[in-house]
Design a protein around this ligand. Structure first.
Ligand code: GTP
Ligand code: SPV
Ligand code: MN
Length: 580
């Protein structure tokens, strides 16, 4: 296979001349191609087959122990003007970055095959979808891209029709962290990544294209590229709402998108449209519509069990690639909080010792096609996307942030989004559990200056009077003993129902300086065993602590200097004043 697109043809030839692969393979995206890649990796030991009775077509991949998460300190955005990328990104001058990367890519594919992966982010027939081509020397990347994106022939045909595509060059290189870089050149619609085979560093359609590069395109074209799940909620009466929610990495997007209603919420139906990324466009009626650019999930494995997320638990029992989980004596994948079994080998492949470190890596992942999800919504394939009723921001905060609150209006909602803070998780290398500011859950993913990004968000207020309502949630409040105060998971539906009722003007609330909060009686607690005192503290607003929080937000905004939109600062001043 090859292509009629001259630019693509030339880029593949140039890349081959630089990287010197033994073979070039144009991916068609077929099942047969996937099978043959799996066979190749099984032969080399890059994949291990799991129990084929209980986990048919499931494989384990062990990544290099130094290569188990996104590397934010090695991720750069390269533009001529440093201020364009802002203090929220690492910056390098394009000429310097190109020189550095050309040196690293030189001859790096000797003895390997160069795979060309044409892909489409979003339904191939959607006007909101965008195409890209990833070149990689990793069959693991090709197999993951097959499960996660619409890749192969139909994508290439769209590229040949449109002529426009994002280029992503990836090589696992020698996996030396000293020679690991993830570079973005937004003005050239180009990504270059070397030295990692892991997730967001290597599957370039995901965070690199669909968020960092797409956020630039979205800004200039008037839409939003966001780190959001998209979920469909249907009431027992058949009323449907679509919600989009932005939580930082490993803070509950996949779980909320696949939520199973508790027994007491009979008749409610929840379906998944997306679990990680949303592209949002205003339609002709002024509604914000969302598509999920992906067609598969790269989800956190630990904690997945029939009680927390039965949909995911069932979904990953066949045709799944596991990365960095443990293995039992029966050759089944195992992870913390799965069940009462004990593994025999840990994620590195070493004998597992009771009482030692976690058996599965805390950022171990499953890769699976979305259609395997029992709660899959066919609307995920609708080229028009779905109209969003509410946008929900959230974070992992053991203190302060209440269970849920609602913004007064869009502008206040943008302030709430810009003020998101969350405890860091194992999804990125570095310290875990420290609170950091993570505006709109986009700290690692917004490809340009946050100050300009907040301005872009604020600008929507002038474009439509049918924008979604904006909320903030926190499932992660802890008591003095470190125990989660809210049951979470399926019971989060109770909070989503209050959110929907607020959108419909049906639910009660009390006004506080930080926004509207439910009174305990405004949330349906039927069948839930929760202490009244616990609930009261989940819904409390402590003015003194919030004054401190607002001061912290002000000093964070200060890092962005006079580029911060005045409207955001005015909104901040308004909330501060209400807090006294
Ligand atoms: P990324 O894929 O990294 O973007 O993560 P995500 O936002 O999709 O997070 P995910 O749903 O995979 O959840 C991450 C971790 O949080 C898992 O270990 C979950 O079990 C846990 N978690 C998710 N929802 C809840 C909840 O409502 N309450 C509590 N206590 N834990 C939760
Ligand atoms: C995240 O870290 O937000 C993820 C996993 O969804 S990765 O694909 O590695 O970015
Ligand atoms: Mn994510």
């Amino acid at each position: 296979m090859t292509t009629t697109n001259k630019a693509l043809q030339d880029w593949v030839a140039e890349t081959a001349a630089l990287t010197k692969p033994d073979h070039i393979h144009w991916c068609d995206g077929s099942e047969a191609e996937y099978r043959s890649l799996v066979e190749l990796m099984l032969g080399r030991g890059d994949l291990l087959a799991l129990n084929d009775k209980t986990y048919p077509n499931c494989y384990l991949h062990r990544s290099d122990p130094s290569d188990v998460a996104r590397v934010e300190h090695l991720t750069f955005v390269c533009t001529p003007d440093r201020d364009e990328v802002g203090p929220n990104n690492n910056w390098m001058a394009p000429a310097e970055a190109h020189r550095k990367m050309a040196g690293l890519f030189e001859g790096c594919m000797r003895g390997r095959t160069l795979y060309v992966i044409p892909y489409c982010m979003g339904p191939v027939d959607s006007p909101y979808a965008r195409c890209g081509v990833e070149i990689t020397d990793s069959p693991y990347v090709v197999a993951n891209m097959k499960l996660m994106t619409r890749m192969g022939k139909p994508a290439l045909q769209r590229i040949e029709r449109e002529g426009k595509f994002v280029r992503g060059l990836h090589s696992t290189g020698d996996l030396n962290p000293e020679r690991r870089f993830i570079m973005h050149f937004p003005h050239e619609l180009l990504i270059q990544s070397i030295g990692s085979g892991y997730g967001g560093n290597a599957l370039l359609g995901k965070k690199c294209h669909a968020l960092r590069i797409a956020s630039w395109q979205a800004r200039s074209e008037g839409w939003l590229a966001e780190h959001m799940l998209i979920v469909e909620i249907e009431s027992p009466q058949g009323e449907r709402h679509y919600l989009a929610a932005a939580f930082p990495s490993a803070c509950g997007k996949t779980n909320l998108a696949m939520l199973i209603p508790p027994a007491s919420q009979a008749g409610w139906k929840v379906r998944t449209i997306g679990d990680d990324i949303a592209w949002l466009h205003l339609d002709a009626e002024g509604r914000l519509r969302a598509i999920n650019p992906e067609s598969g999930y790269f989800g956190v494995v630990p904690g997945t069990n029939p009680k927390t997320n039965r949909n995911a638990f069932d979904m990953i029992t066949h045709d799944t690639i596991f990365t960095n989980v443990a293995v039992t004596a029966d050759n089944e994948p195992w992870w913390e909080d799965k069940d009462k079994q004990e593994p025999v080998t840990d994620w590195r492949g070493n004998p597992w010792k009771k009482g030692g470190a976690a058996a599965a890596h805390p950022n171990s992942r499953f890769t699976v096609a979305a259609r395997q999800n029992p709660s899959y919504s066919p609307l995920a394939d609708d080229p028009a996307g779905v109209p969003i009723s509410a946008i929900i921001f959230g974070g992992r905060r053991r203190e302060l942030a209440p269970l849920v609150y609602q913004a007064r209006d869009w502008r206040h909602g943008v302030l709430i989004g810009a003020s998101v803070a969350s405890e860091t998780t194992a999804a990125a290398t570095g310290q875990v559990g420290v609170v950091r500011r993570d505006p709109m859950a986009m700290k690692p993913f917004c490809g340009y200056n946050f100050a300009d990004y907040w301005g872009h968000w604020l600008g929507f207020a002038g474009k439509s009077d049918r924008l979604p309502q904006i909320f903030h949630v926190n499932w992660f409040r802890q008591d003095r003993n470190g125990k989660f105060m809210w049951p979470g998971f399926g019971d989060n539906l109770r909070v989503l129902r209050w959110i929907i009722d607020r959108c419909e003007g049906r639910a009660g609330a009390r006004e506080t300086p930080i926004g509207f909060l439910p009174q305990p009686g405004d949330i349906d607690l039927d069948g839930l065993d929760i202490d009244r005192q616990v609930l009261d503290s989940l819904l409390a607003v402590d003015a003194a602590s919030w004054r401190e929080e607002l001061a912290g937000i002000a000093s964070y905004f200060g890092e962005f200097g006079d580029r911060v939109p005045p409207a955001l600062l005015e909104e901040h001043a308004r909330v501060s004043k209400r807090l006294g």
